[in-house]
Design a protein around this ligand. Sequence first.
Ligand SMILES: *[C@@H]1O[C@H](CO)[C@@H](O)[C@H](O)[C@H]1NC(C)=O
Ligand SMILES: *[C@@H]1O[C@H](CO)[C@@H](O)[C@H](O)[C@H]1NC(C)=O
Ligand SMILES: *[C@@H]1O[C@H](CO)[C@@H](O)[C@H](O)[C@H]1NC(C)=O
Ligand SMILES: *[C@H]1O[C@@H](CO)[C@H](O)[C@@H](O)[C@@H]1NC(C)=O
Length: 406
Amino acid sequence: MEFKVCALHFLLIANILLVQSSVLGSNKCNFPAIFNFGDSNSDTGGFSAAFSPVPPPYGETFFHAPAGRNSDGRLIIDFIAESLGLPYLSAFLDSVGSNFSHGANFATSASTIRPQNLSLSKGGYSPISLDVQQVEYSGFVARSQAVRAKGSHLQQVFSCPSWSVFASFYSSLYYAGLSLDSLPEKDYFSRALYTFDIGQNDITAGLDTNLTLEEIKAQVPDMIGQFSSVIKEVYSLGGRSFWIHNTAPLGCLTYVLDALAATTPEVDRYGCLIPYNEASQHFNAKLHEAVVQLREELPLAAITYVDIYSAKYALISQAKELGFEDPFRACCGYGGKYNYSRFARCGSKNGAGDVLAKSCKDPSAWISWDGIHFTEAANEWIFHRIADGSFSDPPVSIESACSRCS
Ligand SMILES: *[C@@H]1O[C@H](CO)[C@@H](O)[C@H](O)[C@H]1NC(C)=O
Ligand SMILES: *[C@@H]1O[C@H](CO)[C@@H](O)[C@H](O)[C@H]1NC(C)=O
Ligand SMILES: *[C@@H]1O[C@H](CO)[C@@H](O)[C@H](O)[C@H]1NC(C)=O
Ligand SMILES: *[C@H]1O[C@@H](CO)[C@H](O)[C@@H](O)[C@@H]1NC(C)=O
């Protein structure tokens, strides 16, 4: 009910904006920055910087070398950055060659919303859970502004005429030291787009510890509660435009099929495992409810809920019609029914040090890159489906995601 009213309002606003835009120019938000939070679906180098770098052949299609991303090329977050006219996001944890002037990426692979009780080596999940990403973000806001304040003070000193001979020399040294032009301007934090894609690993972490789906569903309110707290924290620091992806159809992903297809008789007509898709849908329904609630609590926020589940399901279920090969078979992998083995993942080497799990000839023909993550071609397809708002509540396009719906 609430959603319908909200969407209707939005459509009216959109019509007005459309009329205005032909007169005034555009209804775009002109986001100057993106701050992203999440897991490997949107990690652009955080896990690689902190734990272990992704090996070749990751990155082969677009970056022509491993680029901290779990794909052969660009991720959805890269296509988002491109579409908003912004540079690719540097990972907050990567201190070499990073440039945060138009945003930062706090996502790391294997991250969960809820902190896990097992260390990375025991549980396989990242200690950089969403609460930690939020602490990193808070520190980034405060410290980047402190550095900027020092820099502008120095600029005034150098503008004194008697100093002008030395000014350009010293200022270039000083600015290089402070990397002033690698940090966002103050007002960017309130004008930025805040993107979130996290939750998939909270569900699989439960499966890894042998919880039943019912037990995992019972944890969803805690997952969503912790997610909402982070949105409120970002809002309290000035964040206003939020673009929130829900979670993928787990029962259609190769690594889940590999582990659980043998013991799961309930399969849909495309070959996806029904109970695991239902677990994702349960999480997504609760996330959607939380977004509706957050809109009431955060009156100045524009919060877009993006049903990326349906976009991914559409791609997998219509793979053939869309010109892709078997959606369950990994392009890069080794052995088994799906060219996927959890013991020999994409890029892993054999005893002699040769790459064992190799890439396929044409990754652009495949949907699954490594059995867990999507190929660049799949990411691009999914990006185009979600970018125009047709999978969103409210149905705003990404460049207009600062529009509130009430
Ligand atoms: C970790 O352990 C605490 C204390 O037993 C528990 O409350 C919490 O739910 C656990 N977290 C996860 C992700 O299992
Ligand atoms: C960071 O990127 C911005 C925009 O692309 C650019 O203007 C700036 O010079 C860059 N900073 C450094 C230190 O390279
Ligand atoms: C989960 O069950 C499997 C198979 O029964 C077992 O090998 C594994 O040790 C169990 N994992 C945990 C964390 O209890
Ligand atoms: C997966 O296996 C590798 C060898 O480890 C091959 O090189 C790939 O071509 C294969 N990919 C597919 C899609 O079958």
